[in-house]
Structure formats: structure tokens, C-alpha cells
Write a new protein. Structure first.
Length: 121
């Protein structure tokens, strides 16, 4: 998937996390959409667990709960792609879940990479 295509797809949703991810792409953050689809059921299980972990550790996140809800709503698709925006040295890391046909981004979440969280001594 091309950067410009992903920016357009993220523009279809009016939410803080989609806008923030779009801005990161425009700013030149690294991104990748992985080959091969993943069962939505497995994504729901994994990202419910990760949301709980993030919340428990006090790690700042954008749209995490909403992303899990969107995954649940997209269960009829059967599978989704996984993408990411960000990397070493970026303030935020975004996880994206595009439809298998690349027609839309079903869910998007952002996690702060600053590790000044509540779990640190």
C-alpha cells in the first residue's frame, strides 16, 4: 500500500487517532502494511489483552478501546491486514487494520512510545 493511499483511507474517519496517524504519515514516519491477512478473531483476543496491559501500565494510548470495538464489529470480514506507522525515535506508534481488499482502514490505534508510565519505580 502506498503512503498517499493510506493517508486518503485514514481521512475517511473523523477521529483523533486517525487524524494523528495521518499527520504522522505526512510527517514522514516509517510505515508498512504486512502481506497476508490475519483472522479477526485472533486480533480481537490479542488486542483486548494489549489494551488491558497498556491501561494497567498507565501507557498513553489513542483510540485503543474504539479499535477493539471496531475489530469486534468487523468480525464478519473474517480476516484483516495489519499495518504500522512509526518506529524507533517516534513519539507515537500506530497499529492499523486495513480491510483485506485495501478499501478502508477498519481500525487504528496509537500508543505513546514515551515510557514514563505508572509501572516504573
Amino acid at each position: 500500500m502506498e503512503r498517499d493511499t493510506l493517508i486518503v483511507l485514514l481521512g475517511a474517519e473523523d477521529s483523533d487517532v486517525y487524524e494523528s496517524c495521518r499527520d504522522a504519515l505526512r510527517a514522514g514516519y516509517e510505515f508498512k502494511v504486512f502481506d497476508g491477512a490475519v483472522p479477526v478473531e485472533a486480533l480481537i483476543t490479542t488486542y483486548r489483552r494489549r489494551e488491558r496491559h497498556t491501561r494497567t501500565r498507565g501507557i498513553r494510548a489513542l483510540g485503543f478501546i474504539q479499535a477493539v470495538e471496531r475489530l469486534v464489529s468487523a468480525e464478519e470480514l473474517g480476516e484483516l491486514l495489519i499495518g504500522q506507522v512509526g518506529g524507533a525515535g517516534t513519539a507515537w506508534f500506530y497499529q492499523l487494520f486495513p480491510a483485506p481488499d485495501g478499501s478502508r482502514v477498519v481500525a487504528c490505534l496509537g500508543v505513546s512510545q514515551e515510557r514514563e508510565d505508572a509501572s516504573r519505580p
